[in-house]
Write a protein that binds this ligand. Sequence first.
Ligand SMILES: [Zn+2]
Length: 65
Amino acid sequence: MDIAKGDILTMKKTHPCGSNKMLVLRSGMDFKLRCLGCGHEYMIPRLKAEKNIKAVDMSGRENMH
Ligand SMILES: [Zn+2]
């Protein structure tokens, strides 16, 4: 799965705050994600995150450079 910094992930499981949108802050073996609902940031292993991804919005990539 092609995921890079600046992408917005729509997750299958919602965050406890009710949002299912996550901004990718860092990509690699682990992702660093920021919840767009509550702003919480966390690290998650790539394999674990990929199982929970429903859709990837890549339109934000340009803005991060
Ligand atoms: Zn949240």
